[in-house]
Design a protein around this ligand. Sequence first.
Ligand code: GLA
Length: 387
Amino acid sequence: MKAQLLEKFKEIYGDNGGICAYFAPGRVNLIGEHTDYNGGHVFPCALTLGTYGIARKREDKRLRFFSLNFENLGVIESDLNDLTPYKEAGWTNYPKGVMWAFEERGYKLSCGLDVLIYGNIPNGSGLSSSASLEVLIGLMLKDMFGFDVSMIDIALIGQYSENNYNGCNCGIMDQFASAMGKKDHAIFLDANTLKYEYAPVVLEDAKIVIVNSKVKHSLVDSAYNDRRNECETALKELQEVIDIQTLGDLTEELFEANKDAIKSEIRQKRAKHAVYENQRTLKAVQALKDNDVELFGKLMNASHVSLRDDYEVSCDEIDILVNLAWETEGVIGSRITGGGFGGCTVSIVKNDAVDSFVATLGAQYREKVGHEAEFYIVDIGQGAHVL
Ligand code: GLA
């Protein structure tokens, strides 16, 4: 892959040395959905799919970007002296946002860059292609300009740029998983303190399978921000009656005892999800430590029900995939993964059932929805790195 991308880079920008190469992965979240911005825990892992970047410093302040995923757009130019986002800049608003965020923190870029990008995360699949692009650029800047930033700083800078430059109020999970992923491990992250632990994911007789519904509903960003606001309001209402900093501070019992402080039914449902999902995540990580994959699967199923009914971030196509999975022999657990309103499901499937899982879900999904789903057997990969 690297050799091919280097060739392409030279073809577009010419060959005069100083070329650097990087990779940052996408992620799949096993459990702990919509908990990161609620002071709770998440349990994602980095994929081997992700975003590649090749770059070289320039002598001036120009920025030139080319993506092999959007070849028809050609080279998109910009300038370090003008890093304001604008719609026509398209995908380059992500790398520019990260550059802007570095500069905001006092890390000045002394010159521009020529950049080539290629990503193999399916577009709009909810497997964090944008976070992987942000982390990729963060690593590129750290390495090429010698900035003294940690990989966790790179994740935070990526999130900051997405929140303040690209307008999605996302939590830290995706960037953290991309920057800090570890091969064959999931990351048990307390999104409130950023304390984390790697948990080996050794499933002897099962595989993690992602199914891409290949739908992305348009309300993704706005509905995401709405959920966040609803949870913030619910937290304020709870704080009138109980001393907590985040919804993640609550157990199920404490929530039930105080939930009437939340004055709308919808907000009560949202907060309930945040609290219960966080507790489910703690239980799931313990189950994995105890080698109790069956319990892990049951908690995944409960996570889906809660995301569907209380948080209301699922959609028909995803529910069809999850229901089909639940009905299929050899499926230990299945749920929506990521922000929602389309994208992917994640399932744990017994080794000897994987082929029939793919065949059955593939055929039935096509019949019910009218287009193909895509299947990926997960390999848990390493976090962002220099190539
Ligand atoms: C998106 C966000 C994450 C997280 C998930 C839901 O992927 O980027 O921060 O909130 O949704 O768990």
